[in-house]
Design a protein around this ligand. Structure first.
Ligand SMILES: [Zn+2]
Ligand SMILES: [Zn+2]
Length: 222
């Protein structure tokens, strides 16, 4: 499984093109472009250069900075859009007016298939396992491969996702991280939704929200 990270959009979203070296079948995770033109110049250009066949478009969650490029990738590749069932209703910019404030110009088509805990996504000889990791948002997922995990806005290098948006919960987010992510092998590479890539070992050692989560809990959830 080969991974290419392309940082796109007004909020610096990490979009991942992931593919099977043998078959060139690929998935595009979180194509959060600000404009159609940006999508063409970044991800679509990359896919064409590598001669990849995109089998699925996958959103780690429904925020527009992760879904705004779904339409562009779907138009070019005809690949279906996959998202957790709880976030599927969020696709499109309706109800996410903040996204147009940041200049996102593209609304997403509806989901073609919804995901839930325990699903597996196959492309070429590669498999990604779907883990439901709510807390940043209700329908947040992480996608685990054999030596890496794509976590969206659940976990960042030295930090965690915001929990003050609708559907966010600090307690739920910490539980998702402790039960689903920290239990992965130390060597797993963590591909985050924003900012640098990290590892499970590094976050277990250094991430203050994993070491002492009670220090940062918001009062209103007590
Ligand atoms: Zn988000
Ligand atoms: Zn985000």
């Amino acid at each position: 499984m080969i991974v290419k990270m392309l940082t796109v959009g007004a909020l610096g979203t990490n979009c991942y093109v992931v593919w099977c070296e043998k078959t060139k079948e690929a998935v595009v995770i979180d194509p959060g472009f600000s404009t159609e033109e940006e999508g063409k110049e970044t991800v679509l250009h990359f896919i064409e250069t590598k001669d990849l066949h995109v089998k699925y478009i996958i959103n780690t969650h429904g925020h527009a900075d992760h879904t705004s490029g779904n339409a562009v990738v779907k138009k070019a590749t005809n690949a279906p859009i996959l998202i957790h069932e709880l976030d599927a209703p969020l696709l499109g910019l309706s109800g996410q007016d903040w996204a147009s404030m940041f200049g996102y110009q593209i609304a997403s088509p509806p989901a073609d298939k919804t995901l839930r805990e325990g699903d597996t996504i196959h492309f070429g000889k590669c498999t990604l396992a779907v883990m439901h990791t709510p807390g940043h948002i209700r329908g947040g997922i992480s996608l685990a491969g054999t030596n890496c995990v794509f976590v969206g806005d659940t976990l960042f290098q030295g930090s965690i996702g915001r929990t003050d948006f609708p559907g966010g919960s600090y307690k739920t987010l910490i539980r998702s991280i402790k039960e689903k992510l920290v239990t992965l092998p130390d060597t797993f590479i963590v591909y985050t939704g924003h900012g640098p890539t990290t590892t499970i070992a590094q976050e277990k050692r250094n991430n203050p929200f994993i070491l002492t989560p009670e220090l940062y809990a918001p009062d209103e959830e007590e």
